[in-house]
Design a protein around this ligand. Structure first.
Ligand SMILES: O=C(CO)[C@H](O)[C@H](O)COP(=O)(O)O
Length: 264
């Protein structure tokens, strides 16, 4: 049976999801909608499935992994794999969860091991809406209390000892090869057949390009496919959300935009 604290988190996710969908799902039928991964996205998909069918029946929904594909199937929503999005076409809105979100809307994602697909969908979306609960909010990224396992980094399997050493040289204080589930001997294997290195770095200071500097250093290591930093810096936009919806402990939904928190 769920504890009171678990119930509180679940209802915070549900309310934030409903508010985000009501506000950001297009009012005329969109061609493409992106669907992220995790436990919060379950509520987003339920809210989308409850919309008037005229808004969803001609839409193709682009999943970010096995779990979100199954969710879309359960709700009879039409699926399009991201590699079939025609070149030059954009996704109207991508909805997704997050593991940690800073005051500038930069995020850590990948707790569900889907960070590569989540990023390739996010960067092709006109609007990227993140939905989460109050536990994910932090002033700066890599706050030990918010997402203690650090940045998920997807690596080609044969490169993981090399990448581990390079991450340590970059300042990582802990690098863990993510284990598989209880019934899996060996590491977690992503939907792309890769491994994940959960990498703890010291808490990032506030500053214009602090997230970008770390992100680019990680991406520069041979063997790294992608990392879970979704951000924007002076060299460009790399998946920072347009807006974040957070279900709070008191039953409110708080909205974070690039310029700061919106008044309730
Ligand atoms: O990045 C993710 C998966 O790779 C998820 O969006 C993230 O882990 C949030 O999950 P949840 O909604 O269960 O808190």
């Amino acid at each position: 049976m769920a504890t009171a604290a678990e119930d509180l988190v679940a209802s915070a996710k549900k309310l934030a999801a409903a508010t985000a969908v009501t506000t950001h799902y297009p009012k005329s039928p969109p061609k493409y909608i992106g669907i992220g991964s995790g436990s919060t996205i379950v509520h987003v998909v339920a809210s989308i499935a409850a919309l008037d069918p005229s808004l969803t029946s001609s839409t193709k929904f682009i999943p970010t992994g096995f779990q979100s594909k199954q969710l879309l199937l359960q709700h009879n929503l039409e699926i399009l794999d991201i590699d079939l999005l025609p070149p030059g076409e954009n996704i109207s809105v991508a909805f997704d969860g997050a593991d940690e979100v800073d005051s500038q809307l930069n995020c850590i994602k990948g707790g569900g091991a889907c960070l590569f697909q989540e990023k390739i969908v996010a960067v092709q979306a006109e609007k990227f809406v993140v939905v989460a609960d109050f536990r994910k909010i932090s002033k700066t990224l890599l706050t030990p209390t918010t997402w203690p396992s650090g940045i998920p980094i997807e690596v080609v399997p044969s490169s993981y000892p090399y990448v581990t050493a390079k991450l340590q040289a970059l300042g990582a204080t802990q690098v863990v090869l993510r284990p598989g589930g209880k019934a899996k001997a060996g590491p977690c294997v992503t939907d792309n057949g890769n491994f994940l290195l959960d990498s703890v770095f010291p808490t990032l200071k506030e500053g214009e390009d602090v997230v970008q500097d770390l992100a680019e250093a990680i991406k520069g290591i041979v063997g790294v496919v992608e990392h879970g930093l979704f951000y924007e810096g002076s060299s460009g936009w790399k998946g920072r959300p347009t807006v974040g919806y957070f279900g709070m402990e008191d039953g409110a939904v708080k909205v974070l935009e690039k310029g700061g928190w919106l008044a309730a």
